[in-house]
Structure formats: structure tokens, C-alpha cells
Write a protein that binds this ligand. Structure first.
Ligand code: AMP
Length: 969
């Protein structure tokens, strides 16, 4: 029922408070105890007076004497250490002390924000420890006594208030407190790994580590966050991370010092300052990079440790090889690489006008288009070879190769290190034809049109259309050629898918065929009249009044026009479409390199296989010899050998070989055949088939009057056939004359001498020179060089006259001017002696002033064929100057009757039979059947067949003729 409370003051006064209760009423008694700790001055071992607190109530029991410190500020400390030095009397050394004597005292603390607490409850103090005297103690003289001085240290966590009080409780010992030292521990300021760590108070617990972040020293930067731990006993532990000196500085004695002159440090991570690399220097302390010497450079990507370098010199030994429209460029690396290994090349492509290149007139050059391809590339090249392709044909290009390295840009001299070459591309085959379209599709035909190739690479001479039924694949295909970008394809099957490919040809040859384009014919049952052969046949095969009417109309028109030749085939240059499968002559002069043409069209013959026997004539370029040619694997043949005499000019060589290039394109029994050429050794030779009877004019003169008219017409037929072939190939001879016709042992005449074709065209002044064969040449060709197949027809008329007159000179001894004048005035050569009227009429037709009025070679050929089949027509000679079609044998009246037609097919024997049966017109004969003919007594099957097919053919040809003349062009 009572409680007593001690109150301890700073001076050690102890109040005893005692509360008690009587009948529930509280009574309090307060005792003031007297000091038990005494402050006593004593001398220390050095005889210096020191103050001590002493207590020694060992004789009385229940001692509780307190001694308390003033308030001690914590000053941020979390754990304080209390070092107590004291002496303690050994109870045994005190006589008469029993039971009550103690040899320990207690240490207390009390945390507080109050620095002036007067009274603190005893219970507010927390015991730190009971302190006993240590074994080892120092002896201290205290007056007449020698005392053993103990030193004890205790630590205590003080974290809750700003400060604290300490108290010492004596419980009956004999003690003298000599000193009490209160302290806390710090880890001292330090520099580790270029980071400064401040003086740091240790942690609250004995095991605690205070993490401390360091800060980098001057001119340094953090490499990794610098950290250390401050241990409870003031030791730095576990350093982590640290700092590194900034660029231009290096570590010396825990600090960062500037690099000296001539040295540099580029990165903070570098170990230390380094000497400047070659061709560079630093003029100030603390350099992070060394500057390049004048004339030396550093690329942005170059590390500062790299030597300074220079741009490369120009590439060397640039060579170019032109292959059609590609150019291969190769060069050697520059002589000086400037101390680097990153040389690269770029290629500049310019199209330049003739004679200009970059050095002289760069303004006349334009950059090549983006369609030019560079392999492996145009810029950043590491190799010294580039293939430039897809260039334009026949174009001057300048290629500039620039050498660069990493410092070219920095040096500002990138463009100077270059080498240039100028080339001219060759001719090349055209690129692909594209966008093929079909229009006007019918059952049997369609019209194709297409785009010109992107890169024609020259003048397009013709297009070739290849087509086949899709189902047939390419097992069987047809080819047709045309000058224009369109073609009418006829003779197709209805409702059939066809595959078309088109390719273009220039002087350099054919390009690739286009991709396949598929078109289907349709099933329109009524095709247009202009559709082509099959539809015409279809028309003919369907009998009916309407069709017969049509035919009748056709015959009517034909009969009205028969007096004049159809002119649609006269002007080959105006002709837009060619017959399918007909080849076109290629002018060798369109080849820049004459040797290319010659090797395309003529075979090179090894001179050792030629055996020359004798001279047979003299040509424009030299002797003509006969001899033998033995080509391996073939039988030996007789040949004529024309050679080019020594000392020839380039032009002569070109002209000489051009004849072979032309001749080599022809393949016809009435055209002199080229066996080959010798161009690899001298003299240059042209080898042709040997024509035993030589030139026709000389041959006829030699055999004057010795041939029948039929033989002469046979010769003329051969020449006409050869000329038809040439005109079909769009070749204009320009020098057709009997002297240029060669005759073989079988009297076969062959057209030769293809040398004049260019000469006239190349020389505008040549029209009135001696080179023009005035007597053989049509007036429009003489007057304004209008050389066409029609002018060749004029010449053919003269050849006819030469032949029939056995080699007489046309216009005899008239001079050229008189001949021109006479022709101008309408004078024409009269019929030679014994000349069939029909032949002279044909000559006169050939000499029509209007070239469109002249017959075509095809018509001439037909005419001559008819004459040969009907020799009777040749019987009539002399006098009559009428048109040949009025001169008909009396057996057939009226003109162009069934009779005449039967004569032309050699079946005039059925004339009367058919006339008696009422077949008086050709169109009526279309109704002829085998049964009908059996009935009429025309029983020979071959004759029946000939009659049926010939009448159809004749009608068809008239139909086509009619269509041709009716359709506007
Ligand atoms: P050319 O240079 O073609 O005028 O030929 C000159 C002459 O050589 C001709 O007039 C012929 O007599 C003769 N001649 C040319 N070619 C042949 C040949 N293939 N066969 C026979 N004689 C020829």
C-alpha cells in the first residue's frame, strides 16, 4: 500500500518520496537525504590535482547513492561510448566490513531533449550495465593509499532525444570515480578511388554499417557510383565504384592532374595521358585530342589515337571496254593512299556531246539517267571494276572515277582525286517489245499493235511476230515481219487461243522476243471482207446468190482495172506490211563497223581452200578470177573470185565488202550466190558461184540470133524472178542492166553486181555524173534520185530490150543528154527486130512515165509465165504499138475470156465443150463440179482438179486484187 520514489538531482541529492494511504486518504512524506557521493580533490600520479567523486558507505546496508551527469548533447551520435575510470576498494581490504560491502556500481542513462532537468525519476533511468572492477587496473596513489585505477567502457544507443544524462548508482561499494569520458565514433574523411568520403558518424547498433556515397574529386567523373560503409567502430569498409579523371587529366596521388604539352587524354576511361599520334601535336596542358599538322586530316570516325592522314591520289590506269551498250571500267588503286585503308571509289556517268569531255567542256555533258545500271554499284565501291550497262547505243559517255577516303571530305579535295575516260557505245540489239494489244479480232484474224522497245538502240528496221496455237506450244509456229508497230495476222483458226511474241530488229540484229501475249480468235460468223485468205476461201466455198453477186462485182472491177497494173506493191518504202515469212534486206551501211556486217552475212573462207585458176574479167575493185573452192565436207565447186587491189582506201574496202554483205543476205536461184569472203588476209576476196557464160550482154552479143524467143523469154523470166525476190526483200538494185546479169552453163540468168546501191545515195551530186547508168535509169531516179522498185522495173524494160536485141546498146550511139531529153519528150525504144509484140508492149509498160503505172515484178513474172505457157502469144511480131493486152491470138475472142484462161492453164482443148455447155465467164466456172465435168466428158481427174482449183485461185487472186484496190490506205 505504499510506494517510495527516489528523485536524483545533478548534485547527487536524493529525495525520498513516500506515499501512503490511510482509510483511502493519500499521505505523502518527503525526505531529503544527504549527499553520499563526495567531491574530493586528489593528486594524480603526476601530482596534478584532480577531482574525483567518492562514496564509501560500506558499513551500512541498503545503500542507494546516485551521482548524475549534466545533460550531454547527442550531436548526431547514435551510439555513445562511456569510458569510466575509477577505483574500487576490495571489500576484503576493509576491516570489519561484513555483508554490506559491495564491489560494483551501476551505470544508467536517460535520454532527454531537456538540457536542464532538475529532477529525474530514478525509474526514468535505464541501466546500461553493472560495472565491476577489472582484474587489471593501475595503481593510483590516493593520499596515503595506493589505488588500483580501473577503466571500463560501455556503449549505449542514444537515438530518441537530442541528448541524455548518465547516472552512477552506488549500492554500498567504496568507489572513487576518477573520470568519465563520453564519446561517439566517426569514420574519418577519406579519399578512395578518386572519390571523397566525408567524416561520418557511425551507426546506432554495434553491427550497423552506414552507407556513404562519395563525391568525385576535381576534374574527375563518376565511373561507378562511389560508395563505402562506415562500420560501428569508425572503420571504412567495402569500397564500391569510384571516379576517373576527366579527358585531358590523369590520376596522380589521388587527384586528377592535366596532361602536359605533347600529350593528350581523349577519354576519361583511358588509363593516362598518351603521346600525340603521328602527324599531330598538342600545344596546351590538358589536351583531350591532338591537332593534325597542316595538310593532314582526321575523319570524324577516326579515334584520337589514330595518326592524322591524307586523301588518296587519283585512281590510275583507267581502262574501258565497250561491249555494245555496256562498258566495263577497270582501274588501279591510287599511288598514294594517304596513310589510310578506307579508300573507296565512286563513278560519275555523263552523256557528252561528240568531242567534248569533262576537262574541256563539262557544260555540254549531262548526268546519265537513272536507268543506267552499275554493277556492283556506283558509289562506295571497294573494288576497282564496274560494269555499266543499259547505256544508250551509239552515245558518247564520260565516266569519272573518284577515289575517296575518310578524310577526303575534311580535306575539301574529294573531287580532285579522279580520273576520267570517254567512250562511245556500240550499236546493240533493241530491248524488249512490250504492251502487245489485239484489236479487230475476228474468226480468222486479229490486228496486233505494240509499243516500241524502251531502248531501240538504233533505227528499228522491222518487227518480227512469232505466233502459234497455245495448245501446240512452239512445236509449230509462224513468223511474220512488218515495218510498223502493228500487224494484221490472218489465216487463224476460229475460237483458238494464240500465243504471240514480238521482237524488233535494228542493224545490230534482233532483240529478244517479248513475253508471250495470248489472244483468242472469236466466233463471229460473218467476218469482214478484209479478213484474209481463209475467210476469202470461206466466202468462195459457200455458194449462194449474194456471194456470186459479190464475185461478179469483183470481176467487174477487175476487168475495169485490168488495163493498168495494181500499184499497191510498187513503192516498197511506202509499203507498211510485208507478207508473212518474207525477209527484209538489211543495209550494211547501217552498221558502224563494216566488219560486223560482213561477218553477219558472209562466211569467212580460209584462203587455203581457194584455188585460183585464171583471170576472167576486171571489176571496179580489181581482177575477177575463176577458180575452185573446196570447203571441208563439201564437194569442190567452181567459183569466181573478186579481189580488192592493193593500196585501197578505207572507203574502197568498205564499198568492196558491202557488196558481199548485201549478196550474202540473198538466197534465190536467180541471184548470184555468195560463197564467202576472205577478210583475214590480203588480198581481200569475195567468192561467188561461177557463171560459166559470164555477163549476159557479152554472152548475147557472142550468140547473136542463136536463141529461140522462148529461150530469150526464159532468160527474162529468170531475171524477173530474181528481181521479184529482191523487191520482196525491199532491195532496190539501181543498176539493173544486162552487163550485171551473169549466165551459167544452163543459160540460167542471175542478177549480180550489188555495188551501186549506196554510191548514188551517198553522193547527192552524183545524179549527172558518169556513174549513173543513164540509159538504164528511170527518169525520176535521174531527176531526183527516186530509186524504187518501180525504177528497177524501168531498168528491167531496158534489159528486156537488150536481151531481145542480143546485146544491142540501148539508144545506140545517142549521148546521155539526148537520151534524157528523148525520154522526157515521150520517146521510147522501138521493138528490136523480130520482137514479139507482147514483149515490146511489156517493155513500154515498164517505161511508163508515171512510176505507179508500171507493172510490178510479180506481174511481169506472171505475164512471162503466161507467155511461156502460151508460146503462140509470142508469135506475133513487129509493127503494132497498141497495149499488149489488146494483142491476143485470134483463137480467143473476146478478150479475157474462158478461152484465154484455159490457154493459160494449158487446157484450151476444153474450150468448145465448156462454151457449148454455157460456161462463158470465169465466175460461171465456179459452179463446175466433178459430176458436171464427168457429164461434159472432161474425165481426166487431174484436168478436173486443175480446172476446179485454178478457177478458185484465179477468182481469189482477183478478189484480193479488188480488195487491195478498194481498201483506202
Ligand atoms: P563485176 O565486178 O561484177 O563487174 O565483174 C567483172 C566481170 O567479171 C564481169 O563482167 C564478168 O565477166 C566477170 N564475173 C564476175 N563475176 C563472175 C562470176 N560469178 N562468174 C563468172 N564471171 C564473173
Amino acid at each position: 500500500s505504499s510506494e517510495h520514489v527516489f528523485m536524483v538531482t545533478s548534485t547527487g541529492t536524493v529525495f525520498l518520496c513516500w506515499d501512503f494511504y490511510i482509510l483511502g486518504i493519500k499521505f505523502s512524506i518527503l525526505y531529503v537525504c544527504f549527499l553520499q557521493w563526495e567531491e574530493v580533490s586528489i593528486m594524480d600520479e603526476k601530482n596534478i590535482p584532480i577531482r574525483t567523486y567518492q562514496v564509501c558507505n560500506v558499513l551500512e546496508p541498503n545503500q542507494n547513492n546516485w551521482l548524475r551527469t549534466d545533460w550531454i548533447p547527442r550531436s548526431g551520435a547514435q551510439r555513445v561510448y562511456v569510458e569510466v575510470k575509477f577505483t574500487l576498494r576490495d571489500c576484503n581490504s576493509l576491516p570489519g566490513v561484513t555483508g554490506t560491502c559491495k564491489e560494483t556500481f551501476n551505470l544508467y542513462y536517460h535520454e532527454s531533449n531537456e538540457d536542464r532537468e532538475s529532477y529525474i525519476k530514478e525509474s526514468s533511468f535505464i541501466k546500461v550495465d553493472t560495472v565491476a572492477a577489472d582484474e587489471s587496473f593501475t595503481q593510483v596513489d590516493v593520499g596515503d593509499r595506493i589505488m588500483k585505477l580501473n577503466t571500463e567502457v560501455r556503449d549505449v544507443k542514444v537515438t530518441t532525444r537530442k541528448g541524455f544524462y548518465l547516472a552512477f548508482q552506488d549500492v554500498g561499494a567504496c568507489i572513487a570515480l576518477v573520470s568519465v569520458r563520453v564519446f561517439y565514433k566517426t569514420c574519418p574523411l577519406t579519399i578512395r578511388n578518386l572519390a571523397t568520403f566525408p567524416d561520418t558518424v557511425t551507426g546506432a547498433d554495434t553491427s550497423s554499417l552506414v552507407e556513404v556515397r562519395g563525391s568525385c574529386v576535381n576534374q574527375s567523373e563518376e565511373r561507378e557510383e562511389p560508395k563505402m560503409y562506415c562500420g560501428a567502430d569508425g572503420e571504412w569498409l567495402v569500397p564500391i565504384g569510384g571516379c576517373v579523371c576527366n579527358p585531358g587529366y590523369e590520376e596522380k596521388g589521388g587527384a586528377c592532374k592535366a596532361c602536359s604539352v605533347g600529350f593528350y587524354k581523349a577519354r576519361s576511361s583511358d588509363a593516362g595521358c598518351s603521346k600525340c599520334p603521328p602527324h599531330s601535336h598538342s600545344l596546351r596542358d590538358g589536351a583531350t585530342v591532338c591537332d593534325c599538322h597542316s595538310g593532314f586530316f582526321r575523319a570524324n570516325s577516326d579515334p584520337p589515337s589514330m595518326a592524322c592522314t591524307q586523301p588518296p591520289s587519283a585512281p590510275q590506269q583507267l581502262i574501258s571496254v565497250v561491249n555494245e551498250t555496256s562498258v566495263v571500267l577497270e582501274w588501279a588503286p591510287p599511288r598514294r593512299l594517304g596513310g589510310r585503308s578506307d579508300t573507296s571509289y565512286s563513278l560519275e556517268c555523263l552523256i557528252c556531246q561528240t568531242g567534248s569531255h569533262s576537262q574541256t567542256s563539262s557544260r555540254s555533258c549531262l548526268a546519265c539517267g537513272s536507268d543506267v545500271l552499275f554493277s556492283p554499284g556506283q558509289t562506295g565501291l571497294k573494288t576497282t571494276r564496274v560494269v555499266v550497262s543499259e547505256l544508250r547505243a551509239h552515245t558518247h559517255y564520260t565516266f569519272i572515277i573518284h577515289a575517296r577516303n575518310g578524310v577526303s571530305q575534311a580535306s575539301g579535295a574529294g573531287a580532285a582525286q579522279s580520273v576520267a575516260v570517254t567512250v562511245t557505245t556500240n550499236q546493240a540489239v533493241p530491248s524488249l517489245v512490250s504492251s502487245i494489244q489485239a484489236t479487230d479480232v475476228t474468226r480468222h484474224s486479229l490486228s496486233l499493235s505494240w509499243q516500241q522497245p524502251d531502248r531501240p538502240n538504233g533505227v528499228i528496221l522491222e518487227y518480227e511476230v512469232k505466233f502459234y496455237e497455245k495448245d501446240q506450244r512452239e512445236r509449230s509456229y509462224r513468223i511474220m515481219r512488218t515495218f510498223s508497230r502493228s500487224a494484221d495476222v490472218t489465216g487463224l483458226k476460229p475460237l483458238t487461243v494464240y500465243v504471240f511474241h514480238v521482237r524488233a530488229r535494228t542493224a545490230a540484229g534482233y532483240g529478244e522476243f517479248s513475253a508471250p501475249y495470248e489472244f483468242s480468235t472469236n466466233s463471229d460468223p460473218f467476218p469482214l471482207i478484209g479478213e484474209g485468205v481463209n475467210s476469202a476461201f470461206l466466202l468462195l466455198s459457200v455458194s449462194g446468190v449474194g456471194i456470186l453477186l459479190l464475185i461478179t462485182a469483183a470481176v467487174f472491177i477487175i476487168s475495169r482495172r485490168r488495163s493498168k497494173y495494181s500499184k499497191t506493191k510498187q513503192d516498197s518504202e511506202e509499203e507498211k506490211h510485208l507478207n508473212p515469212g518474207v525477209k527484209i534486206y538489211v543495209d550494211p551501211f547501217t552498221y558502224e563497223d563494216p566488219d560486223q556486217a560482213i561477218h553477219e552475212f558472209a562466211k569467212e573462207i580460209d584462203v587455203s581452200s581457194i584455188h585460183i585458176e585464171r583471170v576472167i574479167g576486171v571489176g571496179e575493185f580489181g581482177e575477177v578470177c575463176s577458180g575452185r573452192l573446196r570447203v571441208q565436207g563439201k564437194r569442190e565447186i567452181y567459183v569466181a573470185i573478186k579481189s580488192l587491189k592493193a593500196g585501197y582506201s578505207d572507203k574502197q574496202r568498205r564499198d568492196f565488202l558491202s557488196e558481199a554483205s548485201i549478196m550474202g543476205q540473198f538466197d534465190h536461184p536467180n541471184i548470184i550466190r555468195l560463197e564467202g569472203v576472205v577478210t583475214r588476209c590480203k588480198p581481200l576476196m569475195i567468192i561467188t558461184e561461177y557463171m560459166e557464160n559470164g555477163s549476159l550482154d557479152a554472152f548475147l552479143r557472142k550468140h547473136d540470133g542463136q536463141f529461140t524467143v522462148i529461150q530469150l523469154v526464159g532468160m527474162l523470166r529468170g531475171i524477173a524472178s530474181g528481181m521479184k525476190y529482191l523487191s520482196d526483200m525491199s532491195y532496190v538494185h539501181r543498176d539493173l542492166a544486162a552487163r550485171n546479169i551473169l549466165v551459167n552453163s544452163n543459160l540460167v540468168c542471175k542478177v549480180s553486181d550489188f555495188g551501186l546501191s549506196r554510191v548514188l545515195e551517198d553522193d547527192p551530186e552524183a545524179a549527172y555524173t558518169a556513174r549513173i547508168p543513164i540509159r538504164w535509169t528511170a527518169p525520176e531516179a535521174i531527176a531526183y534520185r527516186k530509186f524504187t522498185t518501180a525504177s528497177d522495173v524501168w531498168s528491167y524494160g531496158i534489159v528486156m530490150w537488150e536481151v531481145v536485141s542480143y546485146g544491142e546498146r540501148p539508144y545506140w550511139d545517142m549521148n546521155n543528154q539526148d537520151v534524157i531529153k528523148a525520154i522526157e519528150e515521150g520517146y521510147r525504144l522501138p521493138a528490136p527486130m523480130d520482137c514479139p509484140v507482147v514483149l515490146h508492149q511489156l517493155m513500154l509498160d515498164c517505161w511508163e512515165r508515171e512510176r505507179a503505172e508500171r507493172p510490178s515484178f510479180s506481174q511481169i513474172l506472171n505475164m512471162l509465165d503466161k507467155l511461156i505457157r502460151n508460146p503462140g502469144t509470142l508469135r506475133r511480131t513487129g509493127g503494132d504499138r497498141n497495149k499488149y493486152n489488146t494483142i491476143l491470138p485470134e483463137v480467143c475472142v473476146p478478150e479475157w475470156s474462158v478461152c484465154e484462161w484455159l490457154q493459160s492453164i494449158g487446157l484450151e482443148r476444153y474450150r468448145d465443150t465448156l462454151a457449148a455447155a454455157g460456161y462463158t465467164s470465169l465466175e460461171s466456172l465456179l459452179a463446175l463440179t466433178h459430176q458436171e465435168m464427168d457429164r461434159l466428158g472432161i474425165i481426166t481427174p487431174t484436168h478436173q482438179d486443175i480446172l476446179i482449183s485454178s478457177v478458185q485461185q484465179e477468182m481469189l487472186s482477183q478478189m484480193q486484187h479488188m480488195q487491195h484496190t478498194m481498201v483506202p490506205v
